[in-house]
Write a protein that binds this ligand. Structure first.
Ligand code: WTA
Length: 649
């Protein structure tokens, strides 16, 4: 890692904004000056300018009980009104909000007026099902417009959504439903992926069997047209119910700190954390960053973020940011290679996409496929590209710019997290001279630093741990139901500074380079996975005695899950004729979801442990990455590594 980083830090290519771009850019260098002069005043101004407040706020930040921040807390607003009605009232009802494309090629064009009308009906439906402000609603849907409608309808009535990525298993869905005590699940019969319908309702049924649950109703959107089982009284068709409710709905104002959503993310323990976000501060930073980082001109741009709404990127940069800003966007249901490897580029040509936001893992897999695929399409409408989710290596950055961006577009490398709610570190197109591979600088109004283990800020050309030093509007307000874990996870290491869990380094110019997680969280294709969570899934299998999981470097996915498993003595005979690794891989996919399925499983007879019994993952990572094994002197039994290597060779 450190060698690679030293090489990266010598990256000499620079891309200053062109005069032409700078002349039309939304952002200007003055933003930094204004924010530096009066940080809180800057955010208050942004919030008033970008949002509609039913009741204007007079207080910007209340940090009297850290780490629990309150932003704009005496103000009132309605998040859905901000994303919908106000654009219609401003005369933009005919503007397209969503150009939706299903994987099989079916399409829907939805204007702001139509989306507003749908959300009003859905809000009435939720109310008729007994959902009140503060209640939790689980959403388990494919990438279809109803996902957006459902999220905004929940927000409109002051309830709290918990979107669960459609690729997660019944088991993962159940634990999220239980943790949040959701009263309602909104799902679909199925969705399209890789040319086939994948069932979703089945997983909901499986999740809700067994012990009693908090769920009273399941609303089912018809999408896959696949057969579904039906529980009378509990299950309801979305389209049937919507036809019965009133079309009119007046958005009520809620306090700025009204909870908006919970989104579960992997931490360092086996149990996912329910990250809680609230309304006014979140929407302010979502709108501010979406507008300035992507240089959004809502009247002319066509924006596309390829993330699924099941992740934070989908929440902030498919739903709340773009809709708060009145953007026109593309939403695509399926996978990039279906039915041909140029599908994404075809969509960019078809809809004239001008701003495109995706993850390095996608870019690297397109690099592998070759430039002939994008080159078949006219991508000249693109003018800004974005990257998120993991460090982007300079080679991928250059390919993205040359092949997708026609060698002209700025690329913003945006660092942020589920917890930060919105982008924190990124260059601004039209202002920043861009540097391939570096996320560069904190946004105006955001204060970050890099500290050493003792909490002392490091200087230029030095590395350490990334922290956020001042509260920011879209910061998480806690972990659902677990304030102690919130303090412990993010605030115990450096007191009043938020510890992000990432390593980072300043280069000679003071620009920031992200170096990946420093904890037991892996980043596979830009998705966060916890080693502990996969280990506990493996250990839950009757074959397994012990398991250790590491994230190994992978050319395409950034990291890949590699597991080392010890089989129980009494299972050895029984498993001899079986493909145990295949069985365990399947098991992990069932327990957590296909994204967590290990790339490799190595069956071993021992694991490397320190004298205090801690597994030395560093050594296993050496094995998984095919390197010479590092220093083993702290192992309780130094012969273990040779026995593991002998097994694998
Ligand atoms: C990583 C995704 C380098 C980082 C928005 C962080 C990045 C984790 C970048 C959060 C980037 C995200 N460069 N690393 N531009 N963006 N990360 O919660 O390790 O799914 O802590 O949020 O992704 O992942 P999450």
């Amino acid at each position: 890692m450190s060698n690679t980083i030293d090489n990266l830090l010598h990256e000499a290519r620079r891309f200053p904004p062109t005069e032409e771009f700078a002349a039309q850019a939304i952002a200007d260098a003055g933003l930094y000056e204004r924010a530096a002069a009066d940080r809180l005043g800057f955010w208050a101004d942004q919030s008033r300018e970008l949002l509609h407040w039913h009741t204007p706020f007079t207080r910007t930040l209340d940090w009297s009980e850290p780490p629990f921040a309150k932003w704009f807390d005496d103000g009132e607003l309605n998040v859905a009104f901000n994303c919908l009605d106000r654009h219609v009232l401003a005369g933009n009802g005919d503007r397209v909000a969503i150009h939706w494309e299903g994987e099989p090629g079916d399409t829907r064009t939805i204007t702001y007026a139509e989306l507003t009308a749908e959300v009003k009906k859905a809000a009435n439906l939720l109310t008729s099902l007994g959902i009140r402000a503060g209640d939790r609603v689980a959403i388990y849907l494919p990438m279809i417009p109803e996902a957006v409608v459902a999220m905004l309808a929940v927000a409109r009535i002051g309830a709290i959504h918990s979107v669960v990525f459609g690729g997660f298993s019944a088991e993962s869905l159940r634990s999220r439903i239980d943790d949040a005590e959701a009263k309602l699940v909104i799902t679909a019969d199925g969705g399209w992926r890789k040319g086939r319908v994948f069932p979703l309702k089945d997983a909901v049924d499986a999740a809700l069997t067994g012990d009693a649950t908090s769920v009273e109703h399941v609303l089912v959107v018809k999408r896959g047209e696949n057969e579904v089982a039906w529980t009378e009284g509990r299950d309801l068709w979305w389209h049937d119910e919507l036809a019965l409710v009133d079309a009119d709905h007046v958005a009520k104002a809620f306090p700025a700190e009204q909870p908006l959503f919970i989104l579960y993310t992997s931490g360092t323990t086996g149990k996912p954390k329910g990250i809680l976000h609230t309304s006014g501060g979140y929407l302010t930073q979502a709108a501010f960053t979406h507008k300035n980082v992507f240089d959004l001109h809502p009247e002319s741009d066509v924006y596309w973020c390829s993330a699924d709404v099941g992740w934070i990127t989908g929440h902030t940069y498919v739903v709340y940011g773009p809709l708060a800003n009145g953007a026109t966007q593309v939403m695509y249901e399926g996978t990039p290679e279906t039915p041909h490897p140029g599908r994404w580029w075809e969509l960019i040509e078809k809809y004239g996409v001008s701003i495109f936001y995706t993850a390095p893992t996608a870019i690297r897999s397109f690099m592998k496929l070759g430039r002939q695929h994008p080159q078949k399409f006219d991508l000249s409408s693109l003018r800004v590209l974005g990257s998120v989710g993991e460090p982007i290596n300079p080679e991928a950055w250059m390919w993205y710019r040359e092949v997708i961006g026609g060698d002209t577009t700025p690329i913003v490398d945006t660092w942020w997290q589920t917890e930060t709610g919105a982008i924190m570190i990124s260059g601004l197109p039209g202002v920043t001279t861009l540097k391939p591979g570096s996320a560069q600088v904190p946004l105006p109004g955001i204060s970050v630093d890099i500290l050493d283990e003792a909490g002392t800020p490091v200087g230029k050309d030095q590395g350490g741990l990334l922290v956020v030093t001042e509260p920011w509007p879209s910061m998480l307000r806690g972990i659902w139901g677990d304030p102690d874990r919130f303090r412990e996870t993010y605030w115990s290491k450096f007191g009043d500074k938020y510890f992000a869990g990432d390593g980072a380094r300043y280069d000679k110019d003071g620009d920031i380079w992200l170096l990946g997680r420093v904890d037991d969280v892996m980043n596979v294709s830009g998705h966060r996975l916890s080693t502990a969570e996969i280990e506990s899934a493996l250990v839950a299998h009757p074959f397994t005695a012990e398991a250790a999981v590491v994230g190994a470097a992978d050319e395409t996915t950034g990291q890949a899950v590699v597991a080392f498993v010890i089989i129980k003595q009494n299972q050895l005979e029984q498993t001899e004729a079986l493909d145990v690794a295949a069985e365990l891989r399947k098991h992990v996919a069932e327990q957590i979801g296909a994204i967590a399925r290990p790339r490799d499983i190595f069956i071993v007879s021992e694991l490397p442990k320190t004298r205090s019994g801690k597994i030395m993952r560093r050594l296993l990572r050496d094995v998984a990455e095919g390197r010479e094994v590092g220093d083993t002197t702290t192992l309780a039994d130094t012969a273990v590594m040779s026995s593991i290597q002998a097994k694998l060779s």
